[in-house]
Design a protein around this ligand. Structure first.
Ligand SMILES: [Zn+2]
Length: 319
């Protein structure tokens, strides 16, 4: 069931008192992620809890009028589309929880700049511009938790599931009693069954394709054994036992490997050097960078060279 009490916001009802919330038109590419609102329920939780719902501040105000007060907010990881607007949840009274070590990204943009290795190749002013575009503001206070930690708010249990291929702190959320599994940013980004997406994203140095494949298998097991619904930061709702998300994610990684392998072969590249990475980067295999300029081009170059490096390392065609 879908209700729409707020302009530009889609609210999908997962159970009687759990909602998947989606901002339809984000102001910029990396400024929003879908998230979950867990409403109060007798003998479970007295106040509303939010999971990783990063949407524009004026929309958070509107949600607060309808579903507030919100007492706790749990963030899934420290990427921009998951941290930009969290300050707003704090200002309306929610305690902010975020996974270690990326919780610092919510407190200080320079930490975001350092932690993901931007500082090695990009000027801080580029990241500052990127953050401003996405509406990023810092939080005052964030409570760190270890990926894998189980939250208990009265009788509401929320397990955090480490899915660390995407980032070193990235977690999904399992609510066992409600049989709901939110896989956050793992890489199922199809907004409907007939639409395509980018798939798993591993553009930072700390990301790992090997870990990704383990995470996908683990998430699949959890979904099939312990959940009825699967939701994520950028997708439609999937019902058990539909394995589509896991097939999609594995296929995307294999397809990316093929793209890089084919380019290596057809351009007769022979080694894993920076020259090879730069050569492949200029082919625009993954992102249409020819149309980009300025700070955005710098950021995309950084990300895509990260993705290419991962596939070069796995390629059978290079020494
Ligand atoms: Zn992410």
């Amino acid at each position: 069931m879908t209700t729409s009490k707020i302009d530009n916001v889609e609210i999908r009802q997962l159970t009687e008192d759990i909602l998947l919330v989606h901002q339809k038109k984000p102001p910029f590419y990396f400024s929003c992620s879908d998230g979950i609102i867990i409403l109060p329920k007798k003998n479970r939780n007295d106040s509303s809890i939010v999971l990783d719902l990063n949407i524009e501040p004026h929309l958070i105000d509107k949600l607060n009028n309808i579903y507030g007060p919100f007492t706790n907010y749990i963030n899934s990881h420290g990427h921009m589309d998951h941290i930009a607007h969290v300050h707003k949840w704090e200002s309306i009274g929610a305690k902010i929880h975020a996974p270690f070590p990326e919780h610092v990204n919510l407190l200080d943009l320079r930490k975001f700049y350092k932690l993901f290795g931007f500082f090695e190749e990009i000027n801080f002013s580029v990241i500052n511009k990127f953050a401003k575009k996405n509406g990023y503001k810092e939080c005052q206070d964030v409570i760190p938790f270890k990926p894998g930690y189980t939250f208990k708010f009265e009788n509401l249990i929320i397990e955090t599931i480490p899915l660390l291929g995407h980032s070193k702190a990235h977690v999904g959320f399992l609510i066992p009693e409600e049989r709901l599994f939110h896989i956050s940013c793992l890489g199922f980004d199809k907004v409907s069954p007939d639409k395509d997406g980018f798939g798993p994203w591993y553009g930072f140095k700390e990301c790992s394709i090997e870990q990704y494949l383990i995470d996908i298998t683990q998430a699949e097991l959890i979904f099939l054994e312990r959940a009825n619904f699967l939701t994520s930061s950028h997708s439609y709702i999937v019902k058990s036992p539909d394995k589509a998300p896991f097939i999609y994610m594995r296929e995307k990684i294999a397809k990316n490997q093929n793209l890089v392998d084919n380019a290596i072969k057809s351009h007769n590249l022979t080694n894993k050097s920076m020259d090879t990475i730069n050569y492949l980067l200029n082919l625009d295999i993954f992102f249409p960078k020819r149309k980009m300029e300025g700070y955005l081009l710098e950021i995309y170059n950084f990300w895509e060279s990260g993705i290419i490096r991962k596939h070069i390392e796995r390629s059978e065609y290079l020494n």
